[in-house]
Design a protein around this ligand. Structure first.
Ligand SMILES: [Zn+2]
Ligand SMILES: [Zn+2]
Length: 180
């Protein structure tokens, strides 16, 4: 079991290797990254956002069905994402087909008018990317505000999370790992 990250060309490529390492450390699985080969569709001109469900639907067709890909796939993109009924999402997962996506757009300080810092952005991509991947591995949301599986409503809540799973969520991930 391993994780494949598709890194979109609108996110700083210099962050890719540190993010890969950190996610691999948290979930204790091999993680590797490639340049994103997929055209991300579902752009809504009025909203200036991409429909995350549409993107994951395309992924499902391309990879999981046609190529029979067995890895958990995570797309890291710079495009701002939404789903129907919500103004925006940091990310989205489709557990049944093992594909997920995280957007760096609202994880950047500059979105909130503050100076950007690579460490902040990397930390947040790691937390939210791992969060979506873990949904694909059967984990639900967690009440522990420091756990990666906590569902953050704001950037501050996201920053309060640590780059780790609480003991209970870790246990759930182990059950998933050894049941495959
Ligand atoms: Zn979630
Ligand atoms: Zn937890």
């Amino acid at each position: 079991m391993s994780v494949l990250i598709f890194w979109d060309n609108d996110v700083d490529p210099g962050l890719q290797q540190p993010v890969v390492r950190m996610i691999s450390d948290i979930i204790e699985m091999p993680v590797y990254a490639e340049e994103n080969p997929v055209m991300l569709r579902g752009f809504d001109r009025m909203r200036n956002q991409n429909d995350a469900s549409r993107i994951l639907g395309d992924m499902q067709d391309i990879y999981t069905r046609r190529a029979g890909c067995r890895d958990s796939i995570l797309i890291v993109t710079g495009k701002d994402l939404y789903i129907r009924g919500r103004d925006f999402v940091f990310g989205l997962a489709r557990p049944g087909v093992n594909v997920s996506i995280v957007s760096a757009a609202r994880l950047k300080n500059s979105w909130y008018g503050r100076p950007d810092r690579d460490e902040d952005l990397m930390d947040r991509i790691v937390k939210e990317g791992t969060h979506e991947l873990c949904h694909c591995m059967g984990l639900d949301h967690c009440d522990n505000p420091e756990c990666i599986m906590f569902y953050p409503q704001t950037l501050d809540e996201l920053d309060r999370k640590r780059k780790m799973l609480c003991p209970q969520c870790r246990e759930s991930l182990n059950i998933y790992r050894f049941s495959e």
